[in-house]
Design a protein around this ligand. Structure first.
Ligand code: C2E
Ligand code: MG
Ligand code: MG
Length: 581
């Protein structure tokens, strides 16, 4: 349609101008214009402009005035630089193509007087054959209708799809104006499709597309760039705070429940943002930055993150932290805290869980949830884990010597540590033997993620450790996908029921029944049970009633350093001190 319209226009224009003998040195006057044609200038839906060889506007039709928001008079009075600034396009490329082939066609952004940047397709053609001083003819077609090429649009939502969006992005990157790219990924959208049906999922995507278009309006462009991935381009937005603000508005639209017949469906999503030219120097790099921001936001359970605002800081913070962690691991900056695990039957501390601690000289205490993943990423976890095991075994040996010889030690091990462990598990078993500790006193806590990773080498190592006499506990039980299945498949001795299962017990009936059910199955299968996160007496009484063997939580003690642990143990069992002395 564009080509046909364009051909018609150029042809018409050429003929009319030819007939008029417009002189090269005079502007087109009113009379001539009216002759150039009512059809051409007044009724054509696409914006039409005529420029002279110096790039000054000679004429624009009403459609272009609407597209730009300026009156013809305002347009005619504009300087060339003003006119150029209205168009977001790489002028070097345009001009060189016009020189060589006499025409240029492509997508660009046109700055509307009041509504900001709007996307168009522009066809520019040199009209050297024309008389008068008309040098260039330009036709602006709206993005959607202009090519009638529906392939440009996503059939489900009517938004641009990835390819066209990429073109727009590349175009903007060639220009000089700053802009923002936002990417939106819906959380677990597959579940919506599974739980309802694909048509329902499709309807949500359509409603969301509409909301995003309404929200953004003429400020920018929205695209569906993947199944449940959307992207937004906002020209002229160059402040991380603005991007954050818009991301919040988008997020609110995602959270607003969607109609599904008589009911409603709620979804959520995560957004990442990146700013041009602040965050990247190429379109591909800008995508990556926005996606990196999204990834970090998701990991940190944030709804959104703009790269410049958060990720840059985060990356340099992480780099510094990684260096500091290396120093700490090498120079004994990591220490071990112990949390007692209460033996409900014998009414005494039965086990100790060793928990890594890092007291950073400037940042204070950094929780293991933060520095363990950092150690894993930077390859430090092996060394860190060895130091923890070494220190904990040395301390346990002291406690055994002091008379607390029944105490067992629980050591956390991550999946990466298992991957790095030698097949005979010698690097761990040697430490235990060196401190003359019976392996039966050592428990290795693994999480369900280790068992989810079906690598057979994990299984071999678990067996090796058990054959050597150590025991295996499954930590945070119930937080994974198929917890009971792991019990069947893996060599496990102890189950540590996650704190999330006991938060409302015994007050909440359903949660209480659920905990009882888990306890019943696990106990009947013959596993030793530890319930984590005991903070109040009512829960502890409930566990006693139901013959739960071990309780761990702040009700008994928070994790503490070795000296205060010793005082705590001595206070609970004064007779041990007597016998130990
Ligand atoms: P985890 O193994 O499940 O450890 C128990 C966590 O729950 C500890 O947090 C402990 O302080 C906390 N906790 C215990 N009782 C209560 C309670 O009554 N209420 C509440 N709110 N929390 C309680 P911590 O020390 O921050 O450790 C977090 C996680 O870091 C551990 O979870 C473990 O997965 C990991 N971790 C700690 N040390 C090591 C280590 O040396 N190696 C490895 N691989 N992971 C470690
Ligand atoms: Mg643990
Ligand atoms: Mg745990």
């Amino acid at each position: 349609m564009l080509r046909k319209g364009m051909r018609r226009l150029v042809h018409g224009c050429r003929e009319i101008l030819h007939r008029l003998h417009v002189s090269r040195c005079t502007c087109i006057d009113e009379r001539q214009l009216s002759q150039i044609g009512h059809t051409l200038y007044q009724e054509f839906d696409d914006g039409v402009v005529l420029l002279d060889k110096n790039g000054f506007l000679l004429e624009a039709n009403p459609a272009f005035c609407r597209q730009s928001g300026f009156s013809l008079l305002e347009l005619l009075r504009m300087r060339r630089t003003q006119l150029r600034a209205m168009l977001q396009v790489d002028w070097d490329i345009v001009l060189s193509q016009l020189m060589t082939s006499g025409r240029w066609q492509g997508a660009l952004w046109l700055k509307h007087k009041t509504q900001g940047w709007l996307p168009y397709q522009l066809m520019l053609r040199r009209t050297a054959a024309l008389s008068g001083n008309v040098e260039l003819l330009g036709v602006f077609s709206a993005q959607r209708g202009m090519s009638a090429d529906e392939e440009q649009l996503d059939p489900l939502t009517g938004l641009l799809h990835r390819l066209s969006f990429d073109n727009q992005l590349r175009l903007l990157c060639r220009g000089t104006q700053p802009f923002t790219l936002l990417t939106l990924d819906l959380d677990q959208f597959r579940q919506i499709n599974n739980q309802f049906d694909h048509q329902t999922g499709d309807r949500i995507l359509q409603q969301l597309a509409l909301r995003l278009q309404r929200l953004l309006g003429p400020r920018g462009m929205v695209a569906r760039v993947g199944g449940d991935d959307f992207a937004l381009l906002i020209p002229d937005m160059d402040q991380p705070e603005q991007a954050q603000q818009l991301a919040e508005e988008v997020y609110a639209e995602v959270l607003r429940p969607f109609k599904n017949g008589d009911s409603e469906i709620a979804i959520s999503g995560t957004l990442g943002g990146a700013l041009w030219p602040l965050d990247a120097r190429s379109p591909g790099a800008l995508w990556r930055r926005a996606e990196q921001a999204l990834f970090i936001a998701r990991n940190r359970h944030l709804p959104m993150l703009a790269f410049s605002a958060g990720v840059r800081k985060e990356l340099s913070y992480r780099q510094k932290l990684q260096q500091d962690l290396l120093d700490a691991v090498q120079n004994n900056g990591i220490w071990v805290a112990y949390q007692p695990i209460w033996d409900n039957q014998r009414q005494r501390v039965g086990k100790l869980e060793a928990l890594a601690r890092w007291s950073h000289p400037e940042l204070g205490n950094i929780p293991p949830d933060q520095f363990i993943p950092l150690a894993e990423e930077s390859g430090l976890i092996g060394l860190l884990g060895e130091k923890i095991l070494e220190q904990a075994c040395a301390d346990l040996a002291l406690l055994h010597q002091a008379g607390f010889d029944w105490l067992e030690l629980s050591i956390n091990r991550s999946i990466i540590e298992f991957l790095q462990l030698d097949a005979q598990a010698n690097s761990w078993l040697d430490v235990i033997h060196q401190h003359h500790i019976a392996p039966a006193k050592i428990i290795f806590e693994v999480t369900e993620s280790l068992l989810m990773d079906t690598q057979s080498q994990h299984l071999v190592r678990l067996h090796t450790l058990r054959e050597a006499g150590c025991r295996i506990a499954i930590d945070d039980f119930g937080t994974g996908y198929s917890s009971f299945n792991y019990l069947r498949k893996f060599p496990i001795d102890i189950v540590k029921i996650d704190r999330s299962f006991v938060l409302t017990v015994p007050h909440d009936h359903k949660d209480t029944q659920l905990l009882l059910g888990i306890l019943c199955i696990v106990q009947n299968l013959g596993y030793e049970v530890v319930v984590e996160g005991i903070e109040d007496e009512a829960l502890q009484q409930f566990l006693l009633q139901h013959h739960c063997e071990y309780s761990q939580g702040y009700l008994f003690s928070k994790p503490q350093n070795f000296t205060s642990l010793l005082e705590y143990l001595v206070e609970l069992s004064p007779q041990v001190r007597a016998s130990g002395e």
